[in-house]
Each structure stands twice: as C-alpha cells, then as structure tokens.
Design a protein around this ligand. Structure first.
Ligand code: NDP
Length: 492
C-alpha cells in the first residue's frame, strides 16, 4: 500500500494548505512550458503504474477490470497529452485591441494566471479519472492542489499521488489529505482560493455554504438523472446495447448513467423486449460489477422496492446477485411517475422505461428531473435531434450514443439544475482554474487624459457629441468635436 495513504486530522489541514501555498509561489513563476515539461515526467510515471492503479481501482470499487482500464485509466493518457499541449497555449498573453482614438498609445494584454491553492474533493465512483481531470490542468496552470479523495478508495488515491512524486513534481504542489467528510469540510474552510467538488447534491450544498463563508469560488459537479430518448426511427440494433451500456456501466454508479428511458409507442414493444433480452445476457462480475458501498446497495434495493410497490413491473433483474453487493441489472416498466427511480438519483444498475406518445412528450418528461447532466437521443433524424438537443435542459446531449464525452478532454463536461454548475475538461474548465489578469501599459506621455481632473465643460460637450454621432451620423456635429467623434465612430 502507498505510503501516502495516511489519514490526517482536521487540525492538520491548515498546515497542509500553508505548505501548498509556499510551493505554489515558486511553481507559478515558472514558464508554462517548464511546467509542461514536468508533467511529461508525471505522465510517464502514470503509464508505468498502469497495472497497479487498475488493480487497486478494481479491488477498491468492485468494478470489473475492463471498466477500470476503460473508464479510469485509458482516458487519462489522452488527458495528460491534451493538457500538456493546451495549457501553455491558453496561458500565452493575449493582446487586446483598444480603440486608438479613445485610448491612444495604450497597450492591453490579458494573461490567465493561477488561482493559487485549489481544493479538490472527489467521490469514489471513478477514483482515477475524476481527480486527474482537475489535478492535471490545475497544476499546469501554476496552481497547487490540496486533494481530499473519497475514503472509499484510499489506495488508488495514494498510487495516483505517488505518480506525481515519482514523475518529478516538486514537493507540496499536490497534497493528499485523507479522511472523511469532516476533512473535506476543513479543506473547504481553509485558506484555499478555489474549490472543485464532485459528489452528491446534498454534500454539494454543504460545500457551497462553507465556501461562501470565506467567499471562495466553487465549481460543483453533482449527480444526475440522465434520460435516454428512443424515437420511432431509432436503429434498435444500436440503441439497445447503447442504452444498456449507458444504464449499467460501472454498475450504474455513474453521474451520467441512464436512469430514465422514454421510448415512443410505435417502437416501444420491440425496444423493451430487446432491452430485456439483452440485459439478461450481461454477465455479473465481468460485465456488471458489484456496488461499491453498502449504502449504495441499500439505496438500490429501496428504489426497486418502491417502484414495485407503486405498480412497477420488473422485466429482468430486480434482485441482489450472487456476489457480495451485486445487484442484477434491472429493467422496470409501468412505473409510477413519482416513484423514486424517476425522481431521485439511484446510482445503481436499474432503469425504468416509460412509453410516451411523441418525441415532444419525451423531451418534456426528460426535462422534469431536478438534475440536468447529460441526455441522449436515439434516432435516424439528425436534424430533428439537433433541434431537440437545444431544448433538453442539460450540459451534454449525445445523439446515438451516451455520455462517453466525459472522457474526451477537449469537450466541456457540465450540467444544470441539481447537477451543479462546474465545468471539467476543455478550455472552459481551464478558465475556472485560472483568472484573467489585465495588464495595461500607457505610452502616451501627455500631461493628462480627457477624463482626468479638472473636468470643465469640455468633457460634457465631448460626451454629448459622441452620442449625437452615434445616433445620427457625423454631419450633425460641426467643428473639431464632430471630427473627433466621427473618427472615434469609424474605429468602432
Ligand atoms: P458524496 O457527496 O457523499 O462525497 C463526495 C466527497 O465529498 C467525498 O470525498 C466525501 O468524503 C466528501 N465529503 C463528505 N462530506 C463533506 C463535507 N461536509 N464537506 C466537504 N466534503 C465532504 O458523494 P459520493 O462519494 O457518494 O459520490 C457519488 C456522487 O457523486 C453521486 O451523486 C454522483 O452522481 C456524483 N458524481 C458526479 C459527477 C459529475 O461529474 N457531475 C461524477 C461522478 C460522481 P467521504 O466520502 O470520504 O466521507
């Protein structure tokens, strides 16, 4: 087990954050290209640790090894490469044009500077991918990161942290603080400059409240209740395995897992029969792993019982599997709309399918959830899907696929409503991990600017002339003022 898997007490958090700040000062001064060079070393160490990380991920989460490879390890190979290239590019100073009539001989640049110390709190379901998609760009931007991983996967966290040390990242820039929720809370309340939180809605609310005390900015990636909409013209040979994967991958413990399916009537029988038959072929253990925690196992059982109590029919699965904390992949139909499987995040291998009359009704039902992370449309009508995607209330819409874009570093991953407002991946995430700093250099040399003291009557006359020119054109304002105002307008 990694030497980094050491629980720390709440009282130690402030000291760790101070150490991180010290380390960050020197790191932020380095050139972005130099930081990228260090990250290349980390990437190499990460690749060297592949087997160990995959083993620990499968062991601590209960997911099949294939999922540990495909969901936790492989996407990060791209992630490192993407950010090593993009971060220095995004941090190049950007020259901004200023109107030379209004602002003669002034030169403005914007630079993305690090926020300082970023607090990162992560869940257990993807214990490698989720932390790395913040750690890598945050460090490349020049920040230090204080990371509170989930207590459920401590060994994975230790191995990931080790790769940064082995790869040559200077000490103090990535600090892992192991512990439970109280340690997470202490990190949010410490002298950090930004908080990135991924987890459940209830914990997210606590995090926002704690961060507000110190006015610390917060990025929240919370739960989901993703809908898949299957329309009459869908290619069912693809939609059936696609929806099954979206619902049951990671045993459904996926923020973007399909937790509701809306299928139009004409194709509903064929789709439901096909989904049920396909689900029955999935192998427990190698396709669908165990649930990671006892708590999650209990939630899944309770949601299925609630659905059945409200008239829902179990079409396949519906009960615990043979192994510890295994639950058979489950398809439900005829479920009441107020059943928990439709309203609350289940986070397990359970999917209710509802028959709807039209595509519009499906979109309306999809938008009824209190969450809005991702959604998918299964249809041959691409133009229609693009129109419907615009009115789906969520951060990502996939057509004829589901949610795999979370593993694509160039595409933003974000949500609305109870799914939180944080962004990971892409330049938009980088904008959250940095702040724009403006630099203005004035080479004018004149004794005063028109807007400096004393104001006199000319300032007002100039203001009025500019408005006149904007409203009616230059001919209305004679003389010098008119000429000045017209040139100003021409340069707009
Ligand atoms: P939790 O919200 O229970 O925990 C998330 C993290 O927060 C854990 O590290 C936890 O510590 C910590 N924590 C607990 N209490 C506090 C507190 N008061 N202050 C600060 N940190 C605290 O989520 P789970 O770990 O159960 O993960 C599942 C949830 O994550 C689901 O809702 C899922 O949808 C969501 N998720 C969202 C994603 C997205 O991209 N939108 C991606 C993946 C998951 P500990 O558990 O160690 O006590």
């Amino acid at each position: 087990m990694s030497k980094r898997v050491v629980q720390i007490g709440v009282q130690e958090v402030a000291a760790r954050v101070r150490e991180a700040r010290e380390a960050e000062r020197e790191w932020a001064r380095r050139a972005a290209s130099e930081r990228a060079g260090v990250m290349r070393g980390v990437r190499a160490a990460f690749l060297d640790a592949a087997e160990a990380i995959v083993d620990a991920t499968a062991r601590e989460t209960g997911k099949p090894r294939a999922e540990a490879w495909l969901g936790d390890f492989i996407p990060n190979v791209d992630l490192f490469g993407y950010w090593i290239k993009e971060a220095p590019r995004l941090q190049r100073p950007e020259r901004v044009w200023l109107n030379p009539i209004n602002f003669p001989r002034k030169r403005a640049t914007i630079e993305l500077v690090p926020r300082g110390v970023v607090a990162l709190i992560t869940p257990w379901n993807y214990p490698v991918s989720i932390p790395l998609r913040t750690i890598v760009p945050a460090l490349l931007a020049g920040n230090a990161v204080v990371w509170k991983p989930s207590e459920v996967a401590p060994e994975v966290a230790g191995l990931v942290a080790d790769t940064f040390e082995k790869g040559g990242l200077p000490r103090g820039l990535l600090t892992t603080v192991m512990g439970e929720g109280d340690v997470g809370d202490a990190v949010v309340r410490a002298e950090v400059d930004h908080v990135v939180f991924t987890g459940g809605l209830a914990t997210g609310r606590l995090v926002v409240r704690a961060a507000a005390e110190r006015m610390t900015s917060c990025s929240l990636e919370l739960g989901g209740k993703d809908a898949a909409i299957v329309l009459d013209d869908a290619n069912l040979d693809r939609a059936i395995p696609g929806v099954a994967w979206g619902a049951f991958t990671n045993a459904g413990q996926n923020c973007a897992g399909i937790e509701r399916v809306f299928v139009t009537r004409e194709v509903s029988k064929k789709f439901i029969d096909g989904l049920v038959a396909y689900t029955a072929t999935l192998k427990s253990g190698s396709d669908v792993g165990a649930l990671t925690t006892d708590r999650q196992f209990e939630i899944v059982k309770a949601h299925v019982a609630d659905a059945v109590e409200r008239g829902g029919k179990v079409r396949v699965g519906g009960k615990p599997g043979r192994g510890k904390r295994e639950f058979e992949p489950t398809v439900l139909t005829d479920v009441a709309r107020d059943a928990k499987v439709f309203t609350d995040e289940t986070f397990g291998p359970v999917v209710p399918v509802e028959v709807v009359e039209t595509a519009d009704e499906a979109v309306r039902r999809a938008n009824e959830a209190g969450y809005g992370l991702t959604a998918s449309l299964w249809t041959a009508d691409e133009a229609g899907a693009v129109k419907r995607a615009r009115v789906l209330e969520c951060g990502v819409v996939s057509v004829n696929n589901h949610a795999f874009t979370g593993a694509v570093p160039s595409l933003p991953w974000t949500g609305v409503k109870g799914s939180g407002h944080g962004i990971t991946n892409s330049k938009y995430a980088f904008f959250e991990l940095t702040r724009p700093k403006t630099l203005l250099v004035d080479r004018l040399g004149a004794a005063r600017e028109p807007w400096w003291f004393p104001y006199g009557s000319r300032a007002e006359a100039l203001g009025k002339a500019m408005v006149e020119v904007m409203r009616h054109g230059p001919s209305r304002v004679p003389g010098l003022l008119g000429a000045f105002a017209s040139r100003w307008k021409e340069t707009e």
